[in-house]
Design a protein around this ligand. Structure first.
Ligand code: HEM
Ligand SMILES: *[C@@H]1O[C@H](CO)[C@@H](O)[C@H](O)[C@H]1NC(C)=O
Ligand SMILES: *[C@@H]1O[C@H](CO)[C@@H](O)[C@H](O)[C@H]1NC(C)=O
Ligand SMILES: *[C@@H]1O[C@H](CO)[C@@H](O)[C@H](O)[C@H]1NC(C)=O
Ligand SMILES: *[C@@H]1O[C@H](CO)[C@@H](O)[C@H](O)[C@H]1NC(C)=O
Ligand SMILES: *[C@@H]1O[C@H](CO)[C@@H](O)[C@H](O)[C@H]1NC(C)=O
Ligand SMILES: *[C@@H]1O[C@H](CO)[C@@H](O)[C@H](O)[C@H]1NC(C)=O
Length: 324
């Protein structure tokens, strides 16, 4: 009897040893700050809301920051690091230069959160994940709410080259976009769903010039009106909205693709009108906004799970722009 008992105890213990580490390691959780900083999420939301009221575009800029963070070495706050004498960070990489924005708002969020909680509790990587969700929800409505998983820590290094290699440029073909997403553990559906991020925000002339002057699968009157603000030469920084409702998170982006009115070459690559699976998804989301909202949340969570630093890896930065 005693032998059986100790055998069972051993068995249970063995299971515990196997189960405990796997169930507590390498996992983000929705309630990560519940005890250590219960006000973190409401504070982030309030600052994001204020920033969007100041400037509607800021919601788009914050969403893009999280995307660019995650695609370069995982969601680790690396995009926020300023260049130093020791390394050149991501901010001057081609996809970010003169384009990525929102850093002042992230600083404002960080300062406010750290005033209410102890400094060094809420990571910059988590701030980006929450600010992206809040932006989408504020500009898209309740149906765009999803639970953000938390517990990421911040990177202590990065390189400009990592950003150049990992972020997809707007001249990519469908095959190149897909292979880029797959290299990050995302699939075709994630590509189509997450590109719906282009429902909000603006792009510079230099990002869509080749499309409006050279692409053939573009509505000609749409192209003609864009050329007025984007000459063949010069005006690189002039902007145009990514869809016709750039301050509303909605399915107008997909409707535009059906009409050859995608602004970026990469956008229109998702819909060629030949019945591909990508075509079918674009058409589906163009009129199923509830499904778009649900799937967007699912894919954002998947993107947010990319290679996070967890446990003792990395650090929680005190200033999002530099390592401690
Ligand atoms: C599929 C591959 C993607 C490509 C090639 C791409 C490319 C671009 C480009 C070229 C711009 C304009 C930048 C400029 O001219 O300054 C842009 C803007 C933007 N992108 Fe993407 N993007 C992609 C995916 C995504 C994803 C997955 C998201 C988020 C889920 C996203 C969110 C945004 C937002 C919100 C803006 C507007 C930012 C603002 O107005 O400040 N993009 N993207
Ligand atoms: C650069 O690296 C050196 C040695 O690791 C360190 O002492 C110095 O503080 C770093 N400088 C900056 C600006 O981070
Ligand atoms: C575009 O804007 C950036 C600043 O955001 C500036 O440095 C650059 O010179 C501008 N380029 C042109 C062509 O105006
Ligand atoms: C950052 O540092 C770690 C450990 O020193 C190293 O393994 C990793 O490759 C570095 N990453 C980058 C982007 O330099
Ligand atoms: C259009 O294509 C031609 C030929 O490939 C190229 O020389 C030209 O630079 C392109 N124009 C733009 C605006 O990209
Ligand atoms: C292009 O867009 C214009 C304006 O929305 C529309 O009137 C026209 O029918 C479209 N052209 C084609 C070929 O779909
Ligand atoms: C649709 O066109 C693209 C290229 O334009 C091609 O790669 C794809 O195989 C086509 N799909 C179908 C279902 O014809």
């Amino acid at each position: 009897m005693a032998a059986l008992q100790s055998f069972l105890v051993c068995l249970i213990f063995a299971f515990a040893v196997i189960l405990i580490p796997t169930s507590t390691s390498a996992k983000l959780s929705a309630d990560f700050y519940h005890k250590v900083c219960p006000k973190a999420l409401p504070i982030i939301r309030a600052v994001v809301k204020r920033a969007i009221i100041r400037e509607r575009r800021m919601g788009a800029s914050l969403l893009r920051l999280h995307f660019h963070d995650c695609f370069v070495n995982g969601c680790d706050g690396s995009v926020l690091l300023d260049d130093t004498a020791n390394f050149t960070g991501e901010k001057t990489a081609f996809p970010n230069l003169n384009s990525i924005r929102g850093f002042d708002v992230v600083d404002e969020i960080k300062a406010t959160v750290d005033k209410y909680c102890k400094p060094g509790v809420v990571s910059c990587a988590d701030i980006l994940a929450v600010a992206a969700r809040d932006s989408v929800q504020i500009l898209g409505g309740r149906s765009f709410y999803y639970k953000v998983l938390l517990g990421r820590r911040d990177a202590r290094n990065t390189t400009k080259n990592d950003a150049n290699i990992n972020l997809p440029p707007p001249f990519f073909s469908f095959a190149q976009l897909l292979s880029n997403f797959q290299s990050h553990g995302l699939d075709l559906k994630d590509l189509v769903v997450l590109s719906g991020g282009h429902s909000i925000g603006l792009a510079r002339c230099s990002s869509f010039r080749a499309r409006i002057y050279n692409d053939t699968n573009i509505n000609q009157s749409f192209a003609a009106s864009l050329k007025q603000g984007c000459p063949a030469n010069g005006g690189d920084n002039n902007t145009a909205p990514l869809d016709s409702t750039p301050a509303k998170f909605d399915t107008v982006y997909y409707k535009a693709l059906l009409n050859s009115k995608g602004l970026l070459h990469s956008d229109q690559e998702l819909f060629k009108g030949n019945g591909s699976y990508s075509d079918k998804l674009v058409r589906y989301y163009s009129y199923h906004s509830g499904h778009f909202a649900k799937d967007f949340g699912t894919s954002m969570i998947k993107m947010g799970n990319m290679k996070p630093l967890i446990g003792k890896a990395g650090e929680v930065r005190l200033n999002c722009r530099k390592i401690n």
